[in-house]
Write a protein that binds this ligand. Sequence first.
Ligand SMILES: C[S@@+](CC[C@H](N)C(=O)[O-])C[C@H]1O[C@@H](n2cnc3c(N)ncnc32)[C@H](O)[C@@H]1O
Length: 209
Amino acid sequence: MSLSFFKHWLRGPATVGAVAPSSRCLADAMADGVEAFEAIVEVGAGTGVVTDSLVRRHPSARLIVFELGDQLAAELRGRFPHAHVIGGAFHKNIAVLQDLPAKTIIVSGLPFRSLSSGVVEPTVAAFADLLYADRARRLVQFTYQPRVPFAAPVGLRWCRIKTVWLNAPPASIWYLSSKANWRGGDSSHPGGSPLILQHDMAQRVRSNR
Ligand SMILES: C[S@@+](CC[C@H](N)C(=O)[O-])C[C@H]1O[C@@H](n2cnc3c(N)ncnc32)[C@H](O)[C@@H]1O
C-alpha cells in the first residue's frame, strides 16, 4: 500500500471506504466495461490502480479524473500526464464536464455506503444527469457488499456484472444505465439488456480463449 493512500485513509477513513487500493484484477475488470467509449470520467481514483488499467486498455479515450485528496491528485497528475486530473470533491467540480461526447462512461470507486448524505445526494444527481444525456452512457461501480451501490435514480437501472474474488475484500462490479436499454428481465440479471449481453458475450469469448 502506498504511503499517500495510508495518510489519506488516516485523515478520513469514511471518504476512502477501503483498507487498501483495488487489486489489478478488480481494476482490469472495471476497465473491461469501457470498450467503445470516447471519453472516460473516473471518480475517486485514489492511487490510480483503476486509472492505470483504463490508460493501458483504452489509450485513445479522453480521460478526466477526479480525486478528493490533493496529494493523491498531484501524484495522479505526475503519473498520467495526458489525463485531466481534478483535485477535490466531484460534485463541487462538475463544471469541467461541459463538452463531453455522447459516448462517455463514468468509472467510479466512490465508497457510497460510507459517504455522508451531503456528498451522496449531489454526486448521484450529477451521475444521473450525465447518464440522462445519452442512453448509451453507463456508470461502472464496484462495491464490497452484495447490495446495489445506491438506489437507482428514476429511469436508470442497475445490473450486477461479476464478482472479483481476487481483491481484499472481494468486490462486485455493477453497471448503471438507462432503462431504455432493457427489454424486460430482472435488474440483478444481465439477461434483459442488449448492451450488457454484448459485454457478457465478449467476456465469455475472451475467457474461453
Ligand atoms: C475506495 S477508494 C478507491 C480508490 C481507487 N479507485 C481504487 O480502486 O483503489 C475511494 C477513493 O475515492 C475518493 N473520494 C471520496 N469521496 C470523493 C469525492 N466526493 N470526490 C472525489 N473523490 C472522492 C477517496 O479519496 C478515495 O481515494
